[in-house]
Design a protein around this ligand. Sequence first.
Ligand code: BGC
Length: 572
Amino acid sequence: MSRTRTALLAAMALVAGATGSAIAAVPGDAGAAAVPCTVDYKVQNQWDTGFTASVTVTNHGAAKSSWAVKWTYAGNQKVTSGWNAKITQSGANVTAANESYNATLASGGSATFGFQGSYSGTNAVPATFTLDGVTCNVDSGGPTDPPDPTDPPPGNRVDNPYDGAKVYVNPEWSANAAAEPGGSRIANQPTGVWLDRIAAINGAGGKMGLRDHLDEALEQKGSGELVVQLVIYNLPGRDCAALASNGELGPTEINRYKSEYIDPIAEILADSKYASLRIVTTVEIDSLPNLVTNVSPRATATPNCDTMKANGNYVKGVGYALNKLGDVPNVYNYVDAGHHGWLGWDDNFGASAEMFKQAATAEGATVADVHGFIANTANYSALKEDHFSVNDTVAGKSVRESKWVSWNRYVDELSYAQALREKLVSLGFDSKIGMLIDTSRNGWGGANRPTGPGATTSVDTYVDGGRYDRRFNTGNWCNQAGAGLGERPQASPEPGIDAYVWMKPPGESDGASKAIDNDEGKGFDRMCDPTYTGNPRNDNNMSGALADAPISGHWFSAQFQELMRNAYPPLS
Ligand code: BGC
């Protein structure tokens, strides 16, 4: 903030010196009456091809019941989306007209709206603005005022939405948890609300719809700040590398995804009634990384992932979602970023980051639509492995050569998330993006939790004896036996990390352990069958899944009980 403020004052002083009258534009000044309006146009964020700006118009004349601000660009700026005004552009001429909810402009009152635009070359601030055809005084940061890294991010979003905020407790999950013996110890924890099919928007099968959740969120909010966590999860050809969470839309149904799923969600989120909520969206779990790791010519390829890569509908869907949801000024988009045991290898890490950039610049989205990324959603990767690191050498071998690490560059989620953040910033994402880590089921506590490093006989005894994560392989993802609740949700736990969250609601199954008929499009994936001996995606290991599991998303009491027993930190 400070640098912009100084530059602004300097610019005003310059104008005042030159004309001797600009100071009269300051509201409340004796001479202000002569100035019908003031426009404050600020470039908030700027990158090589785009920018976001915030405009405040102050009316010094008689009260108005509707208004329109106009300006003309000297360069090739193009407004691509706006908020809190209806913004249209014809050639270089831009008109920003009121929305119904900010139509009245009292005498002395102001309205603020914002927008995102593209440009090349210079991004000069327009010289003249009018309010309803009358020229206003300009009160701007000026064309050479670079965005200050401490300025608030686009749309006046706060840097970390979790800071100083409570997080929404989903009453439906909470009731399931509270109904379990011992469940009241965690039933008041916040968990993600999964919009996992079109019908979930209005409420499927008697369950709460999106508006029901947001109305309840306003109740929980009271006079403080509150984050609501939504999971956007309904891409065409969903879950292309597995079967347990296949969805309702076929691989080609991108238009239905846009018009029947994203558009209605965006419309509800944009309701001014909900403007005071901080709405965090987790965008499309397990989608983009599949286009990197599970496509031909790799041995891990699946036909469905090859299809989704070829038809581009994951990239388009994610781009569209980011663009539309990002237009809502109080939405904070976090893109799913897999987990270290999937993308931590050199072959996957950079290529995935580039894939995220590609999707974040598709279908009208820009990097400014991305507030951050989320790691480990619905997965089991340990947050921190304290007893070994990739830099350790045992019996002449690097830990990276152990069977468990298998040349991965990362051994836990925290180091992975922090490194990925740096990589994404280097590719052009905002330097203030933050990471979320889903710690709902990565605790790995209980009696089997190691208390020190393994024996130094070999890298394998060393790593296997010391690791918290008890899976057979980090490629295992379904209802893992032995897992526990991880860190409780909390804001700003580590540098670069906006929050630990429970995006996957503990106790909800990852998939059925045998085929079960259902009307949700869910298939039977053998990775959820405890007798399955694996495939190339888990390096042909046993699945490690619990028996007797219901289909994904359904309540799995036995798993919930085990997660509580093996919680780390333990439950008191
Ligand atoms: C399922 C969703 C469910 C979510 C949260 C996913 O695996 O496919 O239907 O809402 O988990 O439990």
